[in-house]
Design a binder for this molecule. Structure first.
Ligand code: IPM
Ligand code: MG
Length: 370
């Protein structure tokens, strides 16, 4: 049967291709076992695209991404491309996708699987049952603000500049996504900025409060300085339900939240645009971890974050919540069975390769669907 679900896969660099290979197997599984069909195409991004076309994202790939129902990305970057000019670094490929697709809302759920409470660097009682969601603004702030650059001053000194900038509509639209999600969860939203030192933080706070008062009075809203949030995340992470914050603070706080769950190798993400008139929204799914060039090609990578990102695609782009849950349950059962990639290895568990972890998850899917 022809499929109307188009999926563009961009494996990228480092461990990207190897974790994406495991997603391909799960896609095949859905095809054969659940009759859920995708039109899958694959293309280059990041360093891989630089090597092939001299740029981290070709216009043709950008065009494909614009037309896909969902884009699934592995990771970008690596030492090979570190010394390139800023404007053509691998990371620019990812940033262009986010910006041109207008993916302003980045959802980064941090869930601690029971089997992994001991893999966290925090005490088990601090992380057991943890289920928080960070909503990171993704197309504004200091990542894209101008002026930016490095200039040489008349006295020969150099000066580096980046600009933190937000408009009311940019703040409001991401706040709405966060309030809406909080409403589907425990009904609590923490908004983070540095209103004590930054004007853009003052505006952020005021606008989030306005959206609350006019549209979501039923959600419990709290404002918190981002540095305090960083501290609270390791002190008592379970106090949070949904956190909404800007692009840079979100980048940092989500890495911190990831470690609460045991490893960066566990954390998926969804980046969503606005819903258009036909109800469709552009979307990109990617693991929060990077390209990890130090372990690339050695069968050490944890494919779970990428598999869970695919599960998020099923849920948010294809309205296949049940199928998404199947993947999440399969991951949970494999972890409960004691299989671990190197990053989440614990005494008494069995260390397995990327491929064997993928095998085990496919087998668990078989069992769950039987
Ligand atoms: C992330 C990454 C990216 C970011 C890099 C690779 C550009 O750290 O998605 O969190 O800073 O946004
Ligand atoms: Mg990051």
């Amino acid at each position: 049967m022809p499929s109307n679900k188009t999926l563009l896969m961009l494996p990228g660099d480092g461990i990207g291709p190897e974790v994406m290979r495991e997603v391909r197997r799960v896609i095949d599984w859905f095809d054969h076992r659940r009759a859920v069909h995708f039109d899958v195409s694959e293309d280059l991004v990041g360093g891989a695209a630089i090597d092939a076309h001299g740029k981290p994202l070709s216009d043709a790939t950008m065009e494909k991404a614009m037309n896909a129902d969902a884009v699934l990305l592995g990771a970008v970057g690596g030492p090979k491309w570190d010394n390139l000019d800023f404007s053509i670094k691998p990371e620019r490929g990812l940033l262009r996708l986010r910006k041109d697709m207008e993916l302003f809302a980045n959802l980064r759920p941090a869930i601690c699987f029971d089997a992994l409470v001991d893999a966290s660097s925090l005490k088990p009682e601090i992380v057991r049952g943890l289920d928080i969601l960070i909503v990171r603004e993704l197309t504004g702030g200091v990542y894209f603000g101008t002026p930016r650059g490095i200039e040489t001053l008349p006295n020969g000194e150099r000066r580096g500049v980046n600009t933190q900038v937000y408009t009311t509509s940019e703040i409001q639209r991401v706040a709405r996504v966060a309030f809406d999600l909080a409403g589907k969860r425990a009904g609590r939203l923490t908004s983070c900025e540095k209103a004590n030192v930054m004007e853009s933080g003052v505006l952020w706070r005021e606008e989030v409060q306005k959206v609350h008062d006019t549209e979501f009075p039923g959600i419990q809203l709290e404002h918190m300085y981002a540095d305090n949030c960083a501290m609270q995340l390791v002190r008592n992470p379970k106090q949070f339900d949904v956190i909404v914050t800007d692009n840079l603070f979100g980048d940092i706080l989500s890495d911190e939240a990831a470690m609460l769950t045991g490893s960066l190798g566990m954390l998926p993400s969804a980046s969503l645009g606005a819903t258009d008139a036909t109800g469709r929204r552009k979307a990109l799914y990617e693991p929060v971890h990077g390209s990890a060039p130090d372990i690339a090609g050695r069968e050490l990578a944890n494919p779970i974050a990428t598999l869970l990102s695919f599960a998020m695609a099923l849920r948010y782009s294809f309205d296949l919540g049940e199928d998404a849950s199947l993947i999440e349950k399969a991951v949970e059962s494999v972890l409960a069975g004691g299989l671990r990639t190197a990053d989440i290895m614990q005494p008494g568990t069995a260390k397995v390769s990327t491929t064997v972890m993928g095998d085990a998850i496919v087998r668990a899917l078989d069992k769950l669907a039987a």
